[in-house]
Design a protein around this ligand. Structure first.
Ligand code: AMP
Length: 190
């Protein structure tokens, strides 16, 4: 299996690129943010539980995340591999993912980070707020999400560097240009 993590701050283009990667390499795209938004739209018990957390830009609990991930992996037991988008976001989640994958005799294959600075992110997310009207794209919430990313998610860079699984790519440019850069790196590892 090829288990790929597309890493990067909110607004770095992970969602757009993950869809393209999953399609090209025939992998299953797992976006935890999309799973939550769908549940909120459908007002499921999970949706009701996480709605206010997400609207504040905070992180949903690690315990809930690993439950969701376990379900998603089981639903796609025949997958050729996965593109994880927006997961893991904490060291605990990364350890939990290793445990889940090791039960299938699998592991994380590669982590690729899209590098985009805070100012550019703020600009992009404010623009997305106008277009998509996401409730967690207000200026205050965006700043909170960036802060949480820097504090809780960035430590994952060293976590994966220590495992020799980490690569970074400059995330500013056209969608196709960045996609080509990502594919070049994947092709060396797949
Ligand atoms: P995203 O679309 O990936 O930016 O996710 C939107 C929101 O869903 C985040 O701001 C969090 O509140 C929540 N969320 C998504 N993935 C995770 C995760 N791996 N851990 C904790 N919270 C998450």
């Amino acid at each position: 299996m090829f288990n790929f993590i597309l890493f990067g701050p909110p607004g770095s283009g992970k969602g757009t690129q993950s869809v393209k990667i999953a399609e090209k390499y025939n992998l299953v795209h797992i976006s935890t943010g999309d799973i939550f938004r769908k549940n909120i739209r459908e007002k499921t018990p999970l949706g009701l539980k996480v709605q206010s957390i997400i609207e504040k830009g905070e992180l949903v609990s690690d315990a809930l995340l690993i439950e969701i991930l376990g379900d998603a992996l089981n639903q796609h037991s025949k997958a050729r591999g996965f593109v994880f988008d927006g997961f893991p976001r904490t060291i605990q989640q990364a350890n939990d993912l290793d445990t889940l994958l090791s039960k299938k005799n699998e592991s994380v294959s590669l982590v690729l980070s899209l590098e985009v600075g805070d100012d550019e992110i703020l600009k992009r997310l404010l623009k997305r707020a106008e277009i998509e009207g996401r409730k967690d794209d207000t200026k205050e919430v965006i700043e909170n999400r960036i802060q949480i990313y820097n504090k809780q998610t960035q430590p994952l860079i060293d976590f994966y560097k220590n495992k020799n699984k980490f690569q970074a790519l400059h995330g500013i440019g056209g969608i196709d240009e960045i996609f080509a850069g990502i594919c070049k790196i994947i092709d060396k590892h797949i």
